[in-house]
Structure formats: C-alpha cells, structure tokens
Write a protein that binds this ligand. Structure first.
Ligand SMILES: Nc1nc2c(ncn2[C@@H]2O[C@H](COP(=O)(O)OP(=O)(O)OP(=O)(O)O)[C@@H](O)[C@H]2O)c(=O)[nH]1
Ligand SMILES: [Mg+2]
Length: 427
C-alpha cells in the first residue's frame, strides 16, 4: 500500500461527473476533501477541479487534462496526487505513467486516515483487514505488480508466480485477522454482559473524522473523578469508566470516525465496532465547530446513524473546538443549534456542563420498567436495545428479564407484544 507521509506536498484533484447525483455543492466537496487531507498532516499545494460528462475508462479524466496535471505537479514540486474519487487499479496505474508521481484515490486516503487514528488493537486489526481487502482485487489480472503498490514509483514488479504466492499470503492473513476480530467480539460480549449485570451505563462517542472524539474522551476521563478500571479492563483502551458528579459511573467508548462516501467494504470492516453502538444508552455526537461544512458533516453522521438503525437513541449534540471560533461565529452557532453543548476538548472548556448533561440524559424522564421476554420472542430484545435504556439483563430458564428505562411511546408499542411488563422504581 502506498502510504502518505507527513508534510508531503499534495496536488488534490476533484472530479465532478455530470451524471453524479449529489446534493453537495462543488465548494463543499472541495472543502471536505481538503480537510481530510490536512487532518493527516499533508500540505495542500493546489486543488484542481475537473468537470466531466462521464468517466474516461482508461484514465478517469481526459488525456489532455492528465498531461496538464503532470506539468502542474512538476512546476509545484508535488510529491503526491490525491483524487477525491475511487480509481480502478488500471486507471491509477495509467495516471501514474503520465503523472510520473505517486497517485492515490479517496479510498486509500481514508485507509490512511484510519490507520493513523487506530489507537486500539481492534482498530489496528480492522484497518489492516480493510487495507488487504482493498489490495486483493487489485492483484488480479495480468501484469499487475505488487511491488508497485508497496514500493516506489517505477519499480518493476515480480512475475506472475510470485504474485500467486503474495495473493495466497494475503488471503491467509485476511482469514487470520477475521478470526482475531471474532475473538475480540466474543470478549467484548462477555464484557458487555458483565456491565449489564452491574447496571453500568454506556455512552458512545460518534462523529465525523477529526471532530475530536479521541481528544474528548481523554479530557473527560481526566476531568472526571478517577475510578478503578480493574473490574472492566478491556482490550480496548479507548473504553473508559468515569464517575459523574453524584458518584454515578458510566463507561465512555470511542468509535471510528464517520466519513462521507465511506466505501461499503470499509463499513463492513468496522461493523463489529459499530455494532457495539447498539448497546449504548446514550450517543454523544461530536462536531468540529470550526469546520465550515459542519451542517453537511452532521448530515453525513446522521444518515450513517440511520443506516445503523440508531436514529432513536438518545443523542447529545456536542460542538467541539470552540477555542477556534470567533465570538460572532460562536453566537451564531448557539442560535442555530440551541440544543447543543459547546466545549473545547483541548482547552478543557465546559466539560463539567457536558458531564452533567450526560448524567441528566441517562436518567431522562423515562419510566423504570421490568420486562419479561420469553425465549420465543427474542426479537423484542433488539427493539429494547434500540429504543430504551437497558440497565440490567438477567437470563432465566425460559425467559430474559430486562430492567430498563423507557419512553411512554415505546412502552405503548411494547404493550402489544407478548411480553410481561411491570412498572417499578429503581431508586
Ligand atoms: N483547537 C482544538 N483542536 C482540537 C480540539 N479537540 C481536538 N482537537 C484536534 O483535532 C484533531 C483531531 O482530534 P481527534 O481527537 O483525533 O479526532 P477524532 O474525532 O478522534 O478523529 P477520528 O478518530 O478520525 O474519528 C487533533 O489534532 C486534535 O488535537 C479542541 O477542542 N480544540
Ligand atoms: Mg479518534
């Protein structure tokens, strides 16, 4: 895989096709792309917008345009050309022949961002899996050279025989990674059952890449009272237990950043982590308040949450990086998003407000209920996880007993199901 390096000088190329139905304006697409590139420390030397009727199968863009880019890249002493589109391997290779410079596409850029941000074992495994799955189809066919993907420009690759071994090696590695991830998933499930038994709630951070989720989780853990992690040690260091103002314990977990047009196989690779979100009691949607496109990025995150069927989870909207805002921008955002909490994870501003908001939303005006779900109607459990705050689950001989907090409207729905419901009071 090509990897970008810090301070590399990049020429960005955004191709807009007539046929593409996209409600983003070209300026917004450019801004989103530029921010992605900047977030991994690459210098943006120039941005080229190319409008086309349709894709040129050989080069994606036109031949004339490709030669223009080659000249521009040379004049501006560019190290890498990054396309904001997905290129076929043959297109990438043909472009490199003309540009005579490392050329990567949007998927490779995203893989690079993920690999930079994967701080956990699970994260690293998932990124490697996604990278190999990206690579594998690119090894098919005659004349495609592995060393070309792995090494410098112009290096001639190994023969077909070597390629076969490489391919087999990759397939083996993929299945090893999958089985390791499976072990991790099982481990997490045990941890989750333990948490549920103890009645500990979970808050999960979600948001666009670079919003500041990982920074926020660090700052929140430092500003809340320290508690012992020993009971809930996890292989995932980005899952932390913190104590809220009134000794209330909550687990906060980090997740991989969401990105517009995330290729489906990347979503697949991160599914295990994203599935964990189903078990969160509250989501914290972190937004980079200094991003000019923030309404678009909020839209992307919301639509991914919808795809994951998480749109009904109680969610706290948090605008981060307020230290970067001018006073008037801050005021404007507060007016536009009155329900949001404004913080700076880096400068530790307003974190106590966020902590009490978490506390409040965890015990929102919900009804405390005990529900007995017979094994024959286990699908009700999914509904409970998605629409209520599950506090404790006990597995009996013929049924599952779930203690939960739930809104009236969901309670009404449940009453039509074959379950036994009893209103109780936890406190
Ligand atoms: N100025 C400022 N910068 C911040 C703040 N919070 C985070 N950052 C910076 O924003 C960048 C991204 O922060 P991360 O915490 O890695 O973002 P993330 O949401 O975890 O990103 P992904 O893991 O890709 O989803 C880093 O350079 C942080 O230092 C803040 O409150 N103010
Ligand atoms: Mg992060």
């Amino acid at each position: 895989m090509y990897e970008t390096k810090k301070n590399e000088r990049a020429l960005l190329v955004v191709v807009k096709l007539d046929s593409e139905k996209d409600d983003w304006r070209i300026e917004d697409l450019v801004e989103e792309f530029r921010n992605l590139v900047l977030s991994i420390g690459i210098d943006v030397v120039d941005i080229e917008i190319v409008k086309r009727k349709e894709i040129n199968p050989a080069l994606y863009i036109g031949k004339g345009k490709a030669y223009e880019l080659a000249q521009l890249a040379q004049e501006k002493n560019v190290d890498v050309v990054i396309f904001n589109n997905d290129l076929k391997f043959s297109q990438q290779r043909n472009l490199e022949d003309i540009l005579e410079i490392k050329t990567i596409d949007r998927t490779q850029l995203i893989l690079d961002i993920f690999s930079n941000h994967a701080h956990t074992r699970a994260g690293a495994l998932q990124v490697e899996l996604a990278q190999l799955e990206y690579l594998l189809p690119r090894l098919k066919g005659k004349g495609i050279m592995l060393s070309r993907l792995g090494g410098g420009i112009g290096t001639r690759g190994p023969g077909e025989k070597k390629l076969e071994t490489d391919r087999r090696h990759i397939v083996e590695r993929i299945s090893k990674l999958k089985s390791e991830l499976d072990d991790l998933r099982k481990y997490r499930e045990i941890q989750r059952k333990k948490r549920e038994k103890e009645g500990i709630r979970v808050c999960s951070l979600v948001g666009y890449t670079n919003a500041g989720k990982s920074t926020l989780i660090n700052s929140l853990t430092n500003s809340a009272q320290k508690t012992s992690d020993s009971l809930f040690t996890t292989l995932d260091p980005l899952s932390r237990i913190i104590e809220l103002p009134d000794n209330f314990k909550v687990i906060i977990t980090d997740t991989v950043g969401f990105i517009y047009k995330l290729p489906p196989h990347l979503i697949e690779a991160f599914k295990a982590t994203l599935e964990e979100l189903n078990y969160a009691n509250v989501l914290i949607h972190v937004v980079d308040a200094s991003n000019k496109n923030l309404d678009k990025l909020i839209g992307v995150v919301n639509s991914i949450l919808k795809d994951l069927k998480l749109e009904n989870k109680p969610t706290i909207l948090v605008f981060n990086k307020i230290d970067k805002l001018e006073e008037f921008e801050y005021e404007r955002l507060k007016e536009l998003y009155p329900q949001a909490i404004f913080v700076s994870a880096l400068k530790k501003i307003n974190l106590e407000i966020l902590l009490s908001k978490i506390r409040e939303s965890i015990s929102l005006k919900l009804k405390d209920v005990l529900v007995r779900v017979p094994f024959s109607s286990m699908n009700v459990l999914d509904y409970l996880y998605n629409n209520s705050e599950v506090i404790k689950v006990e597995y009996g001989a013929e049924e599952v007993v779930v203690f939960l907090r739930i809104e009236d409207k969901h309670l009404a729905y449940l009453k039509n199901k074959i379950v036994y419901i009893e209103e109780i009071n936890f406190s």
